[in-house]
Design a protein around this ligand. Structure first.
Ligand SMILES: [Zn+2]
Length: 145
């Protein structure tokens, strides 16, 4: 079972939202599907709770560890492997910027969906949308080189 499926089967009220999913956050008393789960590059998971729960809180609440969902965190730490990852990261700057755009647009989409349902955005949600807008602007700078 993939990491994303391992997580999704443990969540309630899961549904697709754009390129990811939203669900009830297991780490707090959630009634408005505050949790965004996005898979990027077919590998990495972005777990974001609009109420501010950390990724560690969220996975712990469903009996998992970050290592279960983010295997790259326990990747080979040898100097050569790290240098290769840095080089790969440098070369994939454009891809990374596109991934960032995808993730941040999901944040904006979730906020829009929340507003559509008549929910009032909490101040931290509004702040997160501002962060998303800034990151989208930053990605634009990278992509326009
Ligand atoms: Zn939460």
């Amino acid at each position: 079972m993939s990491a994303i499926d391992t997580l999704l089967v443990r969540l309630d009220k899961v549904r697709r939202c754009g390129r990811g999913w939203i669900a009830l956050c297991p780490a707090h008393k959630d009634r408005s599907a505050s949790l965004s789960v996005t898979e990027t590059d077919g590998q990495k998971l972005l777990v974001h709770c609009f109420a501010g729960c950390t990724a560690a809180d969220i996975v712990a609440a469903v009996g998992l560890t970050l290592g279960d969902l983010f295997p790259e965190r326990i990747a080979d730490q040898s100097p050569l492997a790290r240098a290769q990852r840095r080089e790969a990261a440098r070369q994939s700057g454009l891809t990374a910027a596109l991934g960032e755009l995808s993730r941040e647009s999901t944040i904006v989409e979730i906020a829009a969906e929340s507003i559509r349902r008549g929910s009032k955005l909490e101040p931290e949600d509004v702040e997160r949308v501002h962060v998303a807008a800034q990151r989208i602007q930053d990605a634009r700078k990278v992509l326009s080189l």
